[in-house]
Design a protein around this ligand. Structure first.
Ligand code: SF4
Length: 188
């Protein structure tokens, strides 16, 4: 596979990327690394072994793997795992909804979120009265997009309230016999 990237870590566009400075695959004058080894064909075992050996000594391996999963980066070797080895993890993480990450995002932390977590951020921000401008900043989207997300949230909440009202059971019929605590024969 041909890549113009200078290393696997460069795929991540959102979220805190400062960890990349510690990546073993960052090619420097004193530590030249061929980025192509991170994009092997499945049968290029020598390339795969080389990339995995580098990942094995990388201090940000876990973060790199998380970043690949969170950003949906399915190509190349990341965090020591090949595309095939990451496939099941990619499918699983798409459904992750971690509220600590949602809260951290509302608090201003730069986190790459899954779709479910982004939806939860919009909902929580709306409920907390976070401005559209702030939401746009938090999610790195335009203000127009933030306004649209709030409109959708407002509509969804209104529909939910309407549904709940429709489902609320009628108040009990008070015309019948009233039971007091004593009627249950308990000592409470
Ligand atoms: S774990 Fe591997 S791919 Fe990820 S930053 Fe480290 S060396 Fe690069």
């Amino acid at each position: 596979m041909t890549s113009t990237m200078n290393g696997p870590a460069h795929h991540r566009q959102l979220g805190d990327q400062t960890w990349q400075a510690d990546a073993v695959c960052q090619s420097t004058e004193y530590n030249p690394v061929d980025p192509e080894v991170f994009f092997p064909e499945p049968d290029e075992t020598a390339k795969i072994a080389t990339a995995k050996a580098l990942c094995g000594q990388c201090p940000v391996r876990r973060t790199c793997l998380d970043a690949a999963l969170e950003s949906g980066t399915t190509d190349g070797i990341r965090g020591g795992l090949t595309e095939e080895e990451r496939r099941a993890l990619h499918e699983k993480i798409a459904h992750r909804l971690d509220y600590s990450r949602v809260n951290d995002t509302i608090g201003g932390r730069d986190i790459h979120l899954t779709k479910a977590e982004r939806r939860a951020v919009v909902y929580a921000a709306f409920r907390q009265g976070v401005s559209e401008q702030r939401l746009a900043w938090l999610l790195k989207i335009t203000e127009e997009h933030a306004q649209k997300l709030y409109r959708e949230t407002r509509r969804a909440l209104r529909n939910r309230d309407l549904n709940q009202t429709a489902k609320t059971p009628s108040p009990p019929d008070n015309s019948g016999e009233h039971l007091n605590r004593d009627d249950f024969g308990t000592a409470a």
